[in-house]
Write a protein that binds this ligand. Sequence first.
Ligand code: CP
Length: 316
Amino acid sequence: MRSFAGRDILSLKDFERGEFMQVFEVAEDLEPIARSRRNGDLLSDKTLVTAFYQPSTRTRLAHEAAMHRLGGHVLGFSDPRMTRAGDFYQESIKDTVHMLEYYGDAIVMRHFQQGAPAEAARWASVPVINAGDGWGEHPTQVLTDLYTVMKEQGTIDGLTFLCIGDMRMRTMHSLGYALTQFDAEAVFVSPPEMSLTDDFKAELTDRGLVFREVEHVREAIAEADVIYMEPVVQADYTKSRDEAGGDKGLTPENYRVTRELLREAKGDAIILHSLPRMDELPPDVDATRHARYWEEAFNGVVMRMALLALVMGATE
Ligand code: CP
């Protein structure tokens, strides 16, 4: 198995089953530090650089929290308009990364251009972690999600994932790739204009994933072990920033999970949502036995602790 030390985390496309398990084991080992709300010292001699070209609440702050929990240091930017990449100069990723690599020991990057973190990794001598690139991938979020499934269901094998929402979303791409490494099935529900592309479906089929598409959540909710949600009232992820404005519209019933609908779900089915949410997941679902998105949010810190410790060579 490949070592994680010095490695970029750009995609789950080439992640192998054993590597998922290794990451989950390290996360489990480090979880008590986060749960006890103490800061340790595993990365006390390391610095993380955050380069966020798109807004984020969870991904950036979970990486920063993870670094603090391990005693490390953090610097970076969350608004590219305050850098030379976002002003008159439009500084290139290559030139920017040639600076950032001297400021820390790993770079976590979110960008509106698909492939930007991979481009950064070409030029950086330190590991680059993809924190979401356009409609591309969101590997650290899906590692968080699958770690949550392992914790809550004890397995990923044998489960049916009901994936609801905009299939252009980067989480859906990373999840599709990840599930090919497990004996799991997927059912996808999305508006036609947000459905899986033919190319991606062919790729998933080639990689052995068993999946099908349905038109309404109600058609598949009874068989789901994991209800995996994203909004369909959605921002444009190819923009550096998509301002709120006017009437955003409402989510059609086909793509909503309500308390009423959950009466048809398995008793132990869990709902994951990487958040933020719109009206596809009403707040009154939070009190049901199915909601696991707050545990998922906590696990987001734990998973970033594991990934940072691994790529910085502090653990194997
Ligand atoms: N789930 C997620 O990526 O959230 P943020 O956009 O807040 O980072």
